[in-house]
Design a protein around this ligand. Structure first.
Ligand SMILES: *[C@@H]1O[C@H](CO)[C@@H](O)[C@H](O)[C@H]1NC(C)=O
Ligand SMILES: *[C@@H]1O[C@H](CO)[C@@H](O)[C@H](O)[C@H]1NC(C)=O
Ligand SMILES: *[C@@H]1O[C@H](CO)[C@@H](O)[C@H](O)[C@H]1NC(C)=O
Ligand SMILES: *[C@@H]1O[C@H](CO)[C@@H](O)[C@H](O)[C@H]1NC(C)=O
Ligand SMILES: *[C@@H]1O[C@H](CO)[C@@H](O)[C@H](O)[C@H]1NC(C)=O
Length: 353
């Protein structure tokens, strides 16, 4: 009676072995399928500057753009994070407040606020925007914290810059022209009165220093303020620009665009690019020579938010003074020196946020 038991045992063993093989085979194939599915995505996104996903809130973007748009599909875009909207214990204002203040104090700029789309890169910035009842859009970025002040050229600063370039490409793809403005740009007059209306001009971009010729590609650009029209050429430009992000380690997007221009992209894409005169589109690097002509003032050549805030408040004071004396055109108002910004390069920066 031992034999049948043994046979039964071996039979069971054989069945078990078969079942095992089938199970292993199945598990293996489903595992490898899963493996392919889950690993493929991260492989494409291996870069540290992961390709962001705007499609996830695509409808939100269309709605936001339509709401802020002028009749001619033109919007004004500014990007804000916590450090620009939230007050420190010691400070009595924020960059965003100073920025919005300029729209109030400027000539013919108040109504432009309706066409300003504030792009918030963190929750605090979004909450502040909604509190102010502006046009707000929350730009999601997985796993990246854009809350604190981004010190010039830090890793996070560069990441945030690229994120915004990708977003702006998306805006162009949706057919909107836009003025991009940093929030450290004071809007003292309506820029549309000075920007060229010629539709063949694809990009009009501010400069740190104006070399005297609006078409000279050597003009050192500043991406803190520009007007770009949406068309195939500008979409290609932004695609090429964004496409450089992984090759341009440690370079900020402005330098990358400048290099693209130097290597002939304007001609290659058949673009018309106008470089804006600092007489109108002024900055701390090169002050406008004439208050009567100035449109915007950018706190460029400056390293920290605190320094910018102090020196921009002085700009608004100068502007108010000028408006008051304007009747007497003989009086030549001078800009207050941008002392905080000048000094911001030499000393360790106190980080906000
Ligand atoms: C990517 O991130 C890893 C770890 O976070 C880091 O070691 C590496 O230097 C980063 N690479 C680049 C290109 O930034
Ligand atoms: C779009 O329309 C606004 C308001 O009518 C106007 O001020 C602006 O100049 C126009 N923009 C362009 C680029 O023509
Ligand atoms: C726009 O600029 C182009 C190139 O300079 C010129 O040929 C054209 O006449 C301009 N159009 C208008 C409406 O001024
Ligand atoms: C862009 O190019 C495509 C095809 O090349 C064309 O269908 C489309 O009308 C163009 N769009 C613009 C804005 O020029
Ligand atoms: C302009 O100058 C005249 C004479 O210097 C002075 O009387 C007048 O108050 C000034 N106007 C303004 C607005 O400052």
């Amino acid at each position: 009676m031992d034999i049948p038991k043994q046979t039964l045992g071996s039979l069971a063993m054989v069945i078990l072995l078969f079942a095992g093989i089938i199970l292993v085979y199945h598990w293996n194939s489903s595992f490898s399928n899963e493996f392919v599915l889950t690993v493929k995505e991260p492989l494409c996104k291996q870069s540290n500057l992961t390709t962001p996903n705007i499609e996830a809130n695509g409808d939100g973007l269309d709605t936001a753009l339509a709401k802020a748009s002028m009749g001619n599909k033109t919007v004004i875009i500014a990007v804000v994070n916590k450090a620009y909207v939230d007050q420190d214990v010691e400070s009595d204002t924020t960059m965003l407040d100073i920025f919005l203040g300029s729209f109030w104090l400027g000539e013919g700029t108040r109504s432009l606020i309706d066409h300003l789309l504030l792009v918030a890169v963190d929750q605090t910035a979004y909450d502040r925007c909604q509190f102010l009842k502006l046009n707000c859009f929350k730009l999601e970025t997985d796993g990246v914290d854009f809350k604190g002040e981004k010190i010039y050229m830090s890793q996070d600063f560069i990441k945030m810059m690229w994120r915004r370039t990708f977003f702006l490409l998306e805006v162009l793809k949706r057919g909107y022209n836009f003025v991009f403005t940093d929030t450290d740009v004071m809007w003292l007059r309506n820029p549309f009165t000075r920007l060229s209306k010629n539709e063949t001009e694809d990009l009009q971009i501010s400069t740190d220093a104006y070399l005297g010729d609006p078409w000279l590609e050597k003009n050192p650009i500043n991406t803190g303020f520009y007007f770009v029209r949406s068309n195939n050429k500008t979409i290609s430009l932004f695609e090429t620009w964004y496409g450089q992000k992984d090759k341009a380690i440690g370079k900020k997007e402005q330098d990358v665009l400048f290099n693209l221009i130097k290597s002939g992209i304007i001609k290659d894409l058949g673009l018309r690019v106008r470089f804006l005169n600092t007489l109108y589109f002024s900055g701390f690097c090169q002050d406008s020579k004439d208050f009567r002509e100035v449109i915007t003032v950018h706190a460029n050549c400056c390293r920290s938010i605190t320094a910018k805030e102090v020196d921009l408040k002085a700009v608004l004071r100068d502007w108010k003074q000028f408006r008051r004396l304007e009747a007497n055109s003989t009086i030549n108002t001078r800009w207050t020196m941008h002392n905080q910004c000048r000094q911001s390069w030499g000393r360790p920066v106190k980080v906000k946020g």
